[in-house]
Design a protein around this ligand. Structure first.
Ligand code: ADP
Ligand code: MG
Length: 390
């Protein structure tokens, strides 16, 4: 789960990680009154969406005019913002962060993330902050320092000093970064985070280090331990169909193709998508119904997949272990009947109770295309999506 910059900065404050004075605003009027209460003579107004690239995409403004805070907030709130990270569809801005503008001497990159390679939390830092870190890594890998944290003993002072030296900090700033990193690590660990990214971490003209941007995401499987973090979820930032699906315990991710997929198990779902691509088609989604799927769950899966107008055929591929093909078949019959599905449905069932499942489908008298193997199923699904018969 991702959260907004202003939410991450509020969490940082609790851990005494320095951030600029600021507050979130839902209206232009609020933005103005927040700016009036902030010390200093320059303010930054930043669109709050779950995507970066706002600096380049017109999603933020630095100004020394109070009136401009209001007019810019007014322009941003409710607007459709497209940045290099949102994709062409962009995002609607519902709120803005108004904060004190800082006098920046230098911008660094800093992140903490779970590195699957070392199976540890890694700290990644660079002297080349404020820009696309993937590009820095590709063109000038020498500019990136990395330290893996031993979970038994936590982030050590010597590691922090190494990172500080690696990004060119000197004197008191080495000590400052050490404190900041250790508090950030605690914030990461306490909250079961997956990522904390500060790009940029700024060194100010007066020497202080401060987080000017903040991106944070959390391990969904640990959210039950953190009701306060769970409350920060913003449904406006998520695909409504993905939210609908997660409410029915279905893992669904919308894609751009025209072959809908209903599969059990993430591995088989990936293999199904590969097979569809192999036959020249494109999957419209990833969908894993999981184990022990009830007929209702299957019917919901059909409803969610077919809600996408691009779907021209649906491939249902079940290799039942914990699942039962008879329940799956009941779900298919229920869906085709109740939802009056006109789209071609290709069914491939294998495993537990497969004979019973096939009998239910045959007895229903409904129209669907049967397939025995994944290969056959994918070929038929692609052909059906193109209005052909395989
Ligand atoms: P994004 O990553 O979406 O472009 P950032 O928060 O990183 O947004 O802001 C982009 C740039 O704007 C930063 O690299 C920094 O130079 C500047 N900036 C952001 N916040 C402030 C601030 N409070 N004061 C001064 N400059 C800022
Ligand atoms: Mg940034």
């Amino acid at each position: 789960m991702n959260i907004h910059e202003y939410q991450a900065k509020e969490l940082f404050r609790k851990y005494r990680v320095p951030v600029p004075e600021g507050h979130v605003a839902h209206t232009a009027g609020q933005a103005l009154s927040i700016a009036e209460q902030i010390d200093g003579e320059r303010w930054v107004v930043k669109a709050q969406i779950h995507a970066g690239g706002r600096g380049k995409g017109g999603g933020m403004k630095v100004t020394n005019q109070l009136a401009e805070v209001e007019t810019f907030a007014d322009r941003l709130i409710g607007s459709h913002l497209v940045t290099p990270q949102t994709g062409p569809a962009g995002r609607i801005v519902h709120r803005v962060l108004v904060e004190q503008a800082q006098d920046i001497a230098h911008e660094y990159y800093l992140s903490l993330l779970i590195d699957r390679g070392s199976q540890r939390v890694s700290v990644i830092a660079s002297d080349a902050g404020g820009m696309d870190i993937e590009e820095v890594a590709a063109k000038t890998p020498g500019k990136i320092v990395r330290e893996a944290v031993d979970p038994a003993i936590g982030l050590q002072d010597f590691q922090c000093r190494k990172i500080a030296h690696g990004i060119g900090l000197r004197g008191k700033q080495i000590h400052a970064l050490t404190g900041l990193l250790k508090r950030l690590y605690r914030c990461f660990r306490d909250n079961d985070a997956q990522l904390i990214e500060i790009n940029p971490l700024a060194r100010l003209d007066d020497g202080r280090l401060i987080a000017l941007d903040a991106k944070m995401s959390f391990d969904d499987n640990a959210l039950f331990r953190h009701p306060d973090i769970t409350d920060l979820r913003d449904f406006d930032e998520e695909d409504p169909k993905e939210v609908d699906a997660s409410g029915h315990d279905l893992s669904y991710i919308a894609l751009d193709g025209n072959v809908g997929c209903i599969v059990n198990g993430a591995g088989l779902a990936m293999a199904t998508m590969d097979a569809i691509s192999y036959y020249g088609g494109l999957p419209a989604n990833f969908l894993d119904v999981g184990g022990g799927a009830s007929p209702e769950k299957i019917a919901n899966a059909f409803r969610i997949v077919l809600d996408d107008p691009n779907v021209h055929s649906v491939l249902l591929n079940i290799f039942a272990g914990i699942n039962r093909c008879d329940w799956i078949a009941e779900g298919i019959v229920q869906a085709i009947r109740d939802q009056q599905i006109g789209t071609p449905v290709i069914v491939r069932l294998a495993g537990t109770n497969v004979e019973r499942g096939k009998a239910i489908l045959a007895a229903s008298g409904l129209d669907f295309i049967e397939a025995d193997k994944l290969d056959d199923a994918a070929r038929k699904a692609v052909a059906a999506a193109n209005g052909e018969t395989a």
